[in-house]
Design a protein around this ligand. Structure first.
Ligand SMILES: [Zn+2]
Ligand SMILES: [Zn+2]
Ligand SMILES: [Zn+2]
Ligand SMILES: [Zn+2]
Length: 254
């Protein structure tokens, strides 16, 4: 930063003034002829500036005492810090720079990692738990629907078989009905014309037929239909309800 205006990035270092300048301030401050002889260098080539020692006038604080954690001059070292761990300021600065850089990198890396992790937590688009629930319930519904259809089909088959049996039986009855009505018609015809010869000749045969048919019909030979009932369906409902209740979401903090 320019030491003059304190607002613009410094670009030059005046060797004489020992000051950072932006180009504008440098020109302004070095306008007079006596100052025109000052020499400026780019800011990145600025030499290390040492502060003066308060205790030893004329001496620069060119060392860092690691034991006392203070800046010291060569006089200070001779008098007080001879046995301490001290270093040239440049070496110490380079060590400290490296140490701070390492810490910055370490901290930044942990921060970045946490940021990445939390961002991932927020942007989960495929939730495996929800997928598992969907898959399981879908498969359960499929099992239930399949079995429901199988049960209904089984009943349909039984009903169909029963209906066929009754139909066959009814056809037999209808056949008997037709025969009976034909014979009855013949009989009525004979009576009406008083054909007693035919009546008496055919009487026994006719009675035999009627007796036999009556016997047959009274024997209760109903078609042998299949009965059925559904077992365990209440149990199924209870068990499924109970087991479904047991499936739940378990929460914990990590
Ligand atoms: Zn300036
Ligand atoms: Zn100057
Ligand atoms: Zn010391
Ligand atoms: Zn000193």
């Amino acid at each position: 930063m320019c030491s003059n205006c304190n607002s613009i990035q410094a670009k030059f270092w005046c060797k004489k003034c020992e000051t950072n300048y932006c180009s504008q301030c440098y020109e302004l401050d070095h306008g007079t002829s006596s100052l025109k002889i000052h020499i400026s260098i780019p800011i990145d080539q600025r030499p290390v500036i040492f502060a003066s020692c308060n205790q030893h006038p004329g001496e620069k604080l060119k060392f860092w005492c690691n034991s006392c954690r203070i800046l010291v001059c060569s006089e200070c070292i001779i008098l007080q810090h001879q046995s301490h761990a001290y270093n040239k300021i440049e070496i110490e600065a380079s060590n400290k720079t490296k140490e701070q850089q390492d810490w910055f990198m370490k901290t930044k890396s942990i921060l970045d990692q946490l940021m990445k992790y939390t961002t991932e937590l927020m942007t989960v688009n495929e939730n495996p738990t929800i997928e598992k629930i969907t898959k399981t319930f879908k498969s359960l519904r499929a099992i239930l629907t399949k079995h429901e259809n199988e049960l209904k089909e089984k009943i349909c088959t039984i009903e169909k078989r029963n209906k066929d049996l009754v139909e066959i039986f009814q056809n037999e009855l209808r056949r008997k009905q037709e025969e009976l009505s034909k014979r009855n018609k013949d009989f009525e015809g004979i009576i009406s014309v008083k054909d007693y010869t035919k009546l008496l000749q055919g009487h026994q045969n006719s009675v035999n037929y009627l007796m036999m048919t009556t016997q047959e019909l009274s024997a209760h030979k109903y078609p042998l239909t299949t009965k059925y009932r559904i077992d365990e369906i209440q149990e199924l409902q209870r068990t499924v309800a109970d087991t479904t209740q047991r499936v739940h979401i378990y929460e914990w903090q990590e």
